[in-house]
Design a protein around this ligand. Structure first.
Ligand code: FES
Ligand code: FE2
Length: 435
């Protein structure tokens, strides 16, 4: 059994396809200039629908965005769709086995081609007048097409797509940021042992967080609040994200246990030739990222109550279950945990200025049998609980930043990755606004 994903209703789209954002952009730039380094963003950055449109234009429609993995489109004709504001993207595997991305818009009179978030097609048939496209996007059939119209010029509009070790990224900009290749070169050796191309989707859950997308990302970037995650803390060390000098006295024993587990993990990785070092470049580059292999608590294998593995069959050619967690984070919208037994991917996608879809996907070896090698309820328990807890934190924060009494506060030392995220965001807005 796969957990039934709860699909949120698609948000109403603004009437104007290309609104003039000159004034809101200027307003956002002024607010960003107003921010004190190390302190939070002004409330309007999270609550103003016009500023959200600027985010969509300058971040979501210009940067590389994670949309899913190759395991979500395993067979020719399999597709997924994501909405980035009013722009919808159709990602599908073509008949030759290549994954492609297209604008989810008919070339006739513009009808949305595919409404579902996932599915499978032989060809892509528009529901309005039945124009029919191949999985390569070519227009195959258009009833009563006028003779002067050339079908070869009416294929689906393509969208930039990159496959990084099985993780799929799209970019709507005509010229995408050129550093994804550089980042891919760094992170691919970390991901390859987990063989994402040889996995299948064991479960996927869509959760709507009642908060602006930046609050979702900020919340994910720190463990200052991790006391609120009892299930997660069975396997995630409570000192995650803290430098040595930031560890509070009450967590000293936990941190000492972490250091012992880290030494053990690094020795194992070195023996197997697995990369583990922290590489972090979160602010400077468009594809801000952080990657590191870190130990897990307890048995050190997976996100379970004991830290023991949740899937009997390990990923790829791995033979050692005690590989901790490969943590990978990419801006603007994703984070991953890759263990020896499964991978969890997270895509945060903006729905409205105050709601964000968090799509969580659990990947296991393609040959792992449900009910034999893993149990879906057990496999997903930690992150389902953690996601619900995070959604509550984000909703509380959205309510607070919308309150006229809100003033930005200072980040703690444990929130340096929140500061990095906000700095990355401000840098991208400034960069893109200047184009
Ligand atoms: S709008 Fe798609 S066939 Fe007419
Ligand atoms: Fe959290």
């Amino acid at each position: 059994m796969t957990l039934a994903p709860s699909r949120p209703a698609r948000p109403a789209r603004p009437g104007a396809a290309v609104p003039d954002l000159t004034a809101p952009t200027a307003r956002l730039l002024a607010l960003l200039d107003e921010r004190r380094p190390g302190w939070g963003l002004p409330g309007a950055c999270y609550t103003d629908p016009e500023l959200h449109e600027v985010d969509l234009r300058l971040v979501w429609q210009r940067q590389w965005v994670f949309v899913g993995s190759v395991a979500e489109v395993p067979e020719p004709g399999d597709y997924l769709t994501v909405d980035l504001g009013s722009a919808s993207v159709l990602v599908l595997r073509d008949d030759d086995g290549d994954v492609r991305a297209f604008r989810n818009v008919c070339r006739h009179r513009g009808a949305r081609l595919v409404a579902e978030s996932h599915g499978s097609v032989g060809n892509i048939v528009c529901g309005y007048h039945r124009w029919t496209y191949g999985t390569d996007g070519a227009l195959l059939h258009a009833p009563q097409l006028p003779p002067e119209a050339d079908p070869a010029c009416l294929g689906l509009r393509t969208v930039h797509l990159r496959d990084v070790a099985g993780l799929l990224f799209v970019c709507l900009a005509p010229e995408p940021p050129d550093d994804l290749d550089t980042v891919a070169d760094v992170v691919t050796p970390y991901l390859e042992p987990h063989a994402i191309a040889r996995t299948k989707v064991a479960a996927q859950v869509d959760l709507v967080e009642r908060g602006n997308w930046k609050l979702t990302m900020e919340n994910n970037r720190e463990c200052y609040h991790c006391d609120g995650h009892p299930e997660l803390l069975c396997s995630l060390f409570p000192t995650w994200g803290l430098a040595e000098h930031q560890v509070p006295e009450r967590l000293r024993a936990d941190h000492d246990r972490y250091l012992r587990a880290e030494t053990d993990l690094l020795n194992r990785c070195d023996a197997m030739g697995l990369p583990h070092a922290l590489v972090e470049d979160l602010v400077r580059r468009p594809v801000g990222f952080r990657v590191q292999r870190e130990p897990l608590d307890g048995l050190g294998e997976s996100f379970s109550e004991t830290g023991g593995r949740l899937v009997r069959r390990l990923l790829g050619d791995l033979t050692d279950a005690k590989l901790g967690r490969l943590g990978l984070h990419l801006q603007p919208n994703t984070w991953f945990h890759a263990m020896a037994d499964h991978v969890v991917t997270f895509a945060a996608l903006p729905l409205t200025h105050d709601s964000t879809l968090v799509r969580t996907t659990w990947l296991v070896d393609a040959d792992a049998a449900e009910g034999v090698d893993y149990d879906v309820e057990e496999l997903t328990a930690t992150w389902r609980a953690t996601n619900e807890q995070d959604a509550a934190f984000v909703e509380l924060t959205q309510a607070g930043v919308a309150d006229p009494g809100y003033e930005p506060g200072p980040y703690s030392e444990a929130e340096d990755q929140v500061e990095a995220f906000v700095s990355w965001y401000a840098a991208r807005v400034r960069e893109e606004a200047a184009r």
